[in-house]
Write a protein that binds this ligand. Structure first.
Ligand SMILES: NC(=O)c1ccc[n+]([C@@H]2O[C@H](COP(=O)([O-])OP(=O)(O)OC[C@H]3O[C@@H](n4cnc5c(N)ncnc54)[C@H](O)[C@@H]3O)[C@@H](O)[C@H]2O)c1
Length: 293
């Protein structure tokens, strides 16, 4: 089955990037957000991003125009009924995702493939809210989606082999390198990355070093493109906190337990770049300043 029409649900950090790469790959994309304002904001963000790519010379003006003609936004879930594939990128909360997939299951035809971009939630638990576990899997993209080359393709014990193979091919069509993994919290990347990020917060909490020195150390000492606390601000502290909790619930290992400082920052709404404040203050976005703790 050729994937022609893709529905993307949620147009935040990840959904906007997923919408964009699907349109660039030649699919017609219908993006759904919860309010007209968020639909508008999402589409404007994608337009800006495509324009920036044209300025940088990584996309031609004609390619940008073609991608834009393939993009539509809606607040109505039922408009996704004839999509070949629906990719979900809403908040990282199981009840919200289950409710969404259960509604989509009654709206979409039996052929529609459902994929979640979750970072940590069990794909099987979401699939069980539908009557199509064979046509359900994870497609885990990375931020910023138009730039990052990886997509983790996640199979549950119930995912049809043909559907899985088709989604691996779809990942390639988006210009990504797919890796195959199974439905265990964190999959490959977050299984390894999240304990590292949490350890950076613990090091800060224990007074090992300052925010800037923790980040500099991993950049200059290990060749990472950015330090762990800057990366946490990019990913979102709320998202990381939620992922850590899911992984801790599953594995009951200390390395997955969110440190108290992370919890306090999330409770204060200091969720990173998107909130204007995390480990750095983004009042001047080009010149972030480490916060005082
Ligand atoms: N942030 C990352 O680096 C990253 C990386 C990979 C995967 N993810 C996963 O992607 C998902 C989205 O994360 P994000 O960082 O884009 O979050 P975000 O908070 O930036 O965006 C979520 C968006 O979903 C919308 N939304 C909520 N419920 C909705 C619904 N029922 N229908 C339509 N839209 C709805 C919200 O209005 C919001 O705009 C999460 O599952 C997260 O774990 C995040």
């Amino acid at each position: 089955m050729a994937i022609e029409k893709v529905g993307v649900v949620g147009c935040g950090l990840m959904g906007s990037g997923i919408t964009q790469v699907c349109a660039q790959a030649g699919c017609s994309v219908l993006m759904r957000e919860v309010s007209p304002e968020l639909v508008e904001k999402g589409l404007r963000g994608i337009e800006k991003n495509l324009a920036r790519m044209v300025e940088k010379g990584t996309l031609s003006a004609a390619e940008r125009e073609r991608a834009l003609t393939r993009l539509l936004g809606t607040t109505r879930l039922d408009e996704l009924k004839d999509c070949d594939l629906v990719i979900e990128a809403i908040v990282e909360q199981l009840p919200a995702k289950r409710e969404l997939f259960s509604s989509l299951d009654s709206i979409c035809g039996p052929q529609t493939i459902f994929a979640s971009n979750t970072s940590s939630i069990s794909i099987t638990e979401m699939a069980s809210a539908t009557k199509r576990p064979g046509r359900f899997l994870g497609l885990h993209f990375f931020n910023p989606v138009p730039v990052m080359k990886l997509v983790e393709v996640i199979r549950t014990i119930a995912t049809d082999a043909a559907v899985f193979d088709e989604m691996v091919e779809f990942g390639k069509r988006l210009g990504k390198t797919p890796v195959c993994t199974s439905d265990r919290p964190g999959f490959i990347v977050n299984r390894l990355l999240v304990p590292y990020l949490l350890d950076a917060v613990r090091a800060l909490e224990e007074g090992v070093a300052s925010i800037v020195d923790v980040d500099q150390s991993m950049k200059l000492g290990c060749g990472h493109p950015m330090g762990p606390l800057t990366l946490l601000d990019f990913v979102g502290l709320d998202t990381t906190y939620y992922i850590a909790n899911v992984m801790f619930d599953e594995f009951k290992e200390r390395r997955f337990a969110p440190p108290p400082l992370l919890k306090r920052m999330v409770l204060a709404g200091w969720n990173g770049r998107k909130a204007g404040r995390g480990f750095y203050d983004y009042s001047d976005p080009k010149n972030p300043k480490p916060i005082e703790l």
